[in-house]
Ligand binder design. Structure first.
Ligand code: THU
Length: 127
């Protein structure tokens, strides 16, 4: 298994998901091969919960990284877990039409282009 998928699976272990018990990990790789990871971080208010994908993106941006080429999302589901709608918007903003790999704990994978999961996006080109 490649390093990006391993990183997403490892990040999933750090999930703070006491309410849903649904642990997610994410990893994104920039053009120089640096990997940034995230896990979902839930909150007792529920609404303040952050998904793993957004944590990974915001960590990377705050570290000065840009130009992401690959994304991985890890969860423990047979039907592989895709990013929610809000995360697709954020991923598009910072990663554009990047390659997105979903993976589960058995090592099952599916690969998508973000464009296919997020057609006709609203983005800065409209502003
Ligand atoms: N979650 C993610 O972290 N990423 C996704 O793509 C789907 C959902 C989290 C949010 C919440 O903590 C839990 O999974 C259940 O929705």
């Amino acid at each position: 298994m490649n390093k990006l998928l391993e990183a997403a699976l490892a990040a999933r272990q750090n999930a703070h998901a006491p309410f849903s018990k649904f642990k997610v990990g994410a990893a994104i790789e920039d053009e120089s091969g640096r990997i940034f990871t995230g896990c979902n971080v839930e909150n007792a208010t529920y609404g303040l919960t952050l998904c793993a994908e957004r944590v990974a993106v915001f960590k990377a941006i705050s570290e000065g990284a840009r130009n992401f080429k690959r994304i991985a999302v890890a969860a423990d589901t047979g039907v592989l877990t895709p990013p929610c709608g809000a995360c697709r918007q954020i991923l598009w903003e910072f990663c554009g039409d990047a390659e997105l790999t979903l993976v589960n704990l058995q090592g099952k994978t599916e690969v998508f282009q973000l464009r296919d999961l997020f057609p006709r996006p609203f983005d800065a080109s409209f502003l």
